[in-house]
Design a protein around this ligand. Structure first.
Ligand code: AMP
Length: 456
């Protein structure tokens, strides 16, 4: 199927061409005809599937055809859980809507409300917002929702997790009864089912199984590693990789800050992104990462949700997520649009239970990798080793002799030769060449290494 088959406007087809889109993604193929026909949609799809265009294109088309900009008031409201996702959706409307003269604005907290109220005052057709700030502006009288014709709730489950449910219910009360509603949620807990039942009129259900596609396009590995050694394992990884572009997940905001501090102290450029950071600092970190002036972004789940960063080479689960669904979300950040990505998890002993659940959802596709001796304690490593065979990983964490036996397709190195040479010299001379700069750390490496002959 082509975009032409979907009967999209010539202006929209031009914009899609400019974006380099050739064929619609499955969610676009399935949703666009129904949305153009005015149906409500309940969609189960995550970021990375092309769901923004799936709702943005038909909304733009219908607004254009109905000459919406000649009518007063806001015609479309899109609610999203995070500022970053709201901004990305806004950017998509800008790109897809070129030449249609449909005005949109984005509203979120953490920044001055002045430019937002100014934009609203001049009149917009589409508002993309996070629930908290929107409600604030509604209460101050800057936003009226009685002219809404299209209502999109994006990533509803995440909005629920973030405690937005009451804000959403209040916003919904202000909406007119007659409207087209588009509801996206990756999971369907009871409260969401109830909400969708009250909102949607005879919806068409569309499901895109991102979990499966992520499992296919992302190579997944796990290291069993002691908690205290995760940082060092990460530093080695960074030294071994050629131009990595890595998204690292920590469980807590504090953990993200601590990790960035430690990496920075070792001369590694990394930025953290989480809810305690100001919007300006989050935006700067994101930009620096997108432009590749920093190679590593350390994020918590909430902050990273919905981020559309192309070309992420690796996702590293520095801490395993509390639930398996989140694991699938995380690894979906890499391996986008058909590219192959790599997801690496660092599993400490107390995270074994979490890994078990994740393996179940990932259909045991996560390969266990041999952990460098310095990063494991024997009791933890030997007694708790999983039943699956352990594989050597040619990431440079191991001596060259063992690399030779490593299956090629597991390589995380863009430049394997270079890595092998580095490792060879480390082996033959006993030098600690791929150990990051710190002397203290070098000593630890040497001590632990000499205690464990299996490394040699
Ligand atoms: P989304 O799931 O909406 O966040 O989109 C994920 C990524 O896929 C974004 O970078 C989009 O620009 C891109 N994308 C969306 N639709 C297509 C398409 N039909 N062909 C190629 N890339 C697309």
């Amino acid at each position: 199927m082509t975009f032409e088959d979907l009967k999209l406007l010539p202006q929209i087809l031009l914009s899609l061409k400019a974006k380099g889109y050739v064929t619609p993604t499955p969610i676009q193929e399935q949703s666009i005809p129904y949305l153009l026909a005015g149906k409500d949609i309940f969609g189960s799809a995550q970021t990375g599937t092309g769901k923004t265009a799936a709702f943005a294109l038909p909304i733009l088309q219908r607004l254009f055809e109905s000459k919406a900009s000649q009518r007063k008031g806001i015609k479309t409201l899109i609610l999203a859980p995070t500022r970053e996702l709201a901004q990305q959706i806004s950017d998509s409307f800008r790109d897809y809507g070129k030449g249609l003269h449909i005005k949109h604005t984005v509203i979120y907290g953490g920044v001055s409300q002045r430019p937002q109220t100014e934009a609203l005052r001049t009149g917009v057709d589409i508002v993309i917002a996070t629930p908290g700030r929107l409600l604030d502006l509604i209460n101050q009288g800057y936003v009226k929702l009685n002219t809404i014709e299209y209502f999109v709730l994006d990533e509803v489950d995440r909005m629920l997790d973030m405690g937005f449910i009451n804000d959403i219910k209040k916003i919904i009360r202000d909406l007119p009864a007659k409207k087209q509603t588009i509801f996206f949620s990756a999971t369907m807990p009871g409260e969401i089912k109830k909400l969708s039942d009250t909102l949607l009129q005879h919806p068409v259900t569309i499901q895109v199984n991102h979990g499966q596609s992520a499992a296919l396009s992302v190579k997944q590995f796990v290291y069993f590693v002691d908690k205290g050694n995760k940082k060092d394992l990460l530093k080695i990884f960074l030294q071994q990789e050629v131009k990595p572009h890595v998204l690292v997940f920590t469980r807590t905001k504090r953990g993200a800050d601590k990790l960035v501090k430690s990496l920075t102290a070792d001369g590694i450029r990394a930025e953290a992104i989480h809810g305690d950071k100001s919007q300006g600092s989050r935006q700067r970190a994101l930009e620096a990462f997108k432009k590749r002036t920093v190679s590593m972004l350390v994020a918590t789940d909430v902050a990273s949700r919905g981020l559309d960063i192309t070309d992420i080479s690796h996702v590293i689960n520095f801490d395993l997520p509390e639930d398996a669904e989140t694991y699938v979300h995380r690894i979906g950040r890499t391996g986008r649009a058909g590219a192959t990505g790599i997801a690496i998890s660092y599993c400490s002993q107390d995270e074994r239970g979490l890994l078990k659940d994740i393996q179940k959802l990932a259909k045991n596709n996560i390969e266990i990798v041999s952990t460098p001796a310095f990063a494991k304690t024997h009791s933890h490593y030997e007694s708790k080793q999983g039943s699956r065979p352990e594989h050597r990983h040619p990431s440079g964490h191991e001596p060259k002799r063992e690399h030779r036996h490593a299956p090629k397709h597991h390589s995380m190195n863009r430049n394997t030769n270079q890595s092998s040479n580095q490792t060879a010299s480390a082996n033959s001379t006993g030098e600690r060449k791929f150990v990051p700069g710190k002397r203290r750390w070098n000593n630890n490496w040497q001590k632990k290494r000499s205690n464990d002959r299996s490394f040699d």
